[in-house]
Design a protein around this ligand. Structure first.
Ligand SMILES: Nc1nc2c(ncn2[C@@H]2O[C@H](COP(=O)(O)OP(=O)(O)OP(=O)(O)O)[C@@H](O)[C@H]2O)c(=O)[nH]1
Ligand SMILES: [Mg+2]
Length: 369
């Protein structure tokens, strides 16, 4: 690997949504860092509507050109999905690689995918997004070289020819189907048992809680999307029937639709769960907005109606503990813990056992009739 790619982050905002845009751009910065970039600058242009040719205003384009030259920038990342035409116009004018939020997220997924299924799912999502981009962007996709935004799982360079893309999509779909069939038996067997799934925004602490509850060693990292594959283990509870807990991929605002579709089989564990444990990072200033994103994603997955308990995590980072009591009206299904100091964990675990007993009653009752 050479030096990290130097990037600048760009977006537009109208005056009223400025606050939200700032937060979103901060998140884009974490995403860019996770992808291995060095963020040299962040710019928000206050603008009511996107420019028809360049998305940002023409004056801003000239300003960016100057900065790109002075600071030797490798790529510009936009905090929105850009159409193929915007991409092409910007790349021609700036003579530099232009990446959007969707491509950046997919790039991280491409780097983090470990299992065969995850790799196929990421590549499928990337290729489908690429197809939507070809109109208006065409051959320009290959013009500005490799690196961020162009990586496929295993560092393969993504294809740019429509016919070849279609062939590859068909081949990948077939392979994915084969993997799914081999997993079907296992899934059917698991359906007889109580299954609980961890859900939440990326980096909330899902894998940390997984490790505490099951004694497993899932990867815990302070980066976005460290978990892309699904892990299922038995929870360590004093019950003589196996209770399964699943850790899976986290959610994010504007999770690319192509990724959601591709990861549908990975995320089916969420849909099939008897109960969900939503993990929330309470130390995040905008955790409410993130909860909203989780809510919408769950509804989109058809998992909105599954019984859910909320676990507010990272309490060790919050000084004002009094305000916890104001956070939820549903105190029976709300817990405050720290996976780091284990504060609140025992209480949560005891309550979890009670909840599981209730689930067992319901499940076995319905099995008998
Ligand atoms: N201070 C503090 N840090 C925590 C706590 N729980 C988790 N973390 C840290 O938060 C970061 C993310 O934790 P993970 O368990 O990997 O989060 P995740 O939800 O699985 O994240 P993704 O798989 O990337 O979506 C790691 O650096 C953890 O060490 C906590 O209670 N307190
Ligand atoms: Mg994780």
């Amino acid at each position: 690997m050479g030096r990290p790619e130097k990037v600048i982050l760009l977006t537009i905002s109208d005056n009223s949504s400025r606050q939200k845009t700032v937060k979103s751009l901060e998140e884009l910065e974490s995403l860019a860092r996770t992808a291995g970039c060095e963020v040299t600058g962040k710019f928000i242009q206050i603008k009511e509507n996107p420019d028809p040719a360049f998305y940002i205003g023409k004056g801003k384009v000239q300003e960016m050109k100057q900065i790109i030259k002075e600071k030797d920038i490798d790529a510009v990342i936009f905090d929105v999905p850009l159409s193929g035409r915007y991409h092409r116009n910007l790349e021609q004018e700036l003579n530099i690689k232009v990446i959007d939020r969707v491509e950046l997220i997919m790039d991280i997924f491409a780097q983090h995918a470990r299992t065969k299924a995850a790799k196929i799912q990421v590549e499928l999502a990337q290729l489908k997004y690429r197809l939507t981009q070809l109109k208006g962007r065409g051959r320009d996709l290959s013009r500005l070289g490799g690196g961020i935004g162009t990586r496929g799982p295993g560092e393969k360079k993504l294809e740019v020819d429509r016919r070849k893309i279609m062939n590859r999509i068909n081949a990948l779909n077939k392979e994915l189907k084969r993997i799914e069939i081999s997993k079907r038996v296992q899934r059917k067997r698991r359906k007889q048992l109580i299954q609980i799934a961890l859900v939440g925004y990326t980096n909330a602490g899902k894998s940390s809680l997984m490790n505490l509850l099951t004694g497993s060693t899932c990867k815990v990292e302070n980066t976005l999307f460290s978990t892309l594959d699904t892990t299922t283990r038995r929870i360590k509870v004093p019950l003589n029937i196996p209770i399964l807990l699943t850790d899976t991929v986290g959610f994010i605002e504007n999770l690319p639709a192509e990724l959601v579709v591709s990861f549908r089989s990975t995320l089916s564990v969420v849909k099939e769960a008897d109960m969900l444990i939503e993990v929330i990072d309470i130390s995040e200033e905008n955790f409410r907005e993130k909860m909203q994103v989780v809510e919408e994603t769950l509804i989109g997955l058809g998992a909105g109606a599954i019984p859910r308990i909320s676990v507010f995590n990272k309490t060790d980072l919050v000084l004002d503990t009094e305000y916890f009591s104001q956070l939820s009206e549903d105190s029976k299904n709300t817990f405050y813990i720290s996976c780091k100091t284990k504060e609140g964990f025992e209480n949560f675990k005891n309550m979890l056992v009670q909840k599981i007993k209730e689930l067992l009653k319901i499940k076995y009752f319905s099995f008998k009739i």
